[in-house]
Design a protein around this ligand. Structure first.
Ligand code: ZN
Length: 119
């Protein structure tokens, strides 16, 4: 992978990270708003709100995990191991990296993993 390729993917990853952090912050402030609203509501309303809140928090956890993946990809760019499949050591295809810049596995290994055949 050339230097300009790496810069390109680094930029993609940084943009994605900013976007994710933004979502997490919004989710957190939404959760807090719902907390203060909940105090003024009766039980039934409170139950449905708390369900919505759980959903928002699980969403925010998902975003958090994504941030970790993106950060790990940025580390790999630093270390020079970016774009190499962590399982088989083959190059991860450029097309795959374009779609999923934080991909750890090549397409073949990812398929094996999804079908449960990768340890
Ligand atoms: Zn692989």
């Amino acid at each position: 992978m050339t230097h300009s390729d790496l810069n390109y993917f680094k930029k993609q990853l940084l943009e994605k990270k900013t976007e994710l952090i933004d979502v997490v912050h919004k989710t957190e402030s939404y959760g807090r708003e719902m907390d203060s609203e909940a105090e003024a509501m009766d039980m039934a309303d409170r139950a449905s709100k708390s369900y919505a809140k759980e959903f928002m928090f699980s969403l925010s956890n998902l975003e958090r995990q994504m941030i970790i993946l993106v950060e790990e990809a940025l580390d790999r760019i630093q270390e020079g191991s970016y774009g190499v499949c962590s399982h088989c050591g083959e190059t991860v295809g450029r097309r795959r990296l374009e779609a999923v810049p934080w991909a750890l596995l090549c397409v073949q290994c990812q398929e094996l993993k999804e079908s449960g055949r990768l340890a």
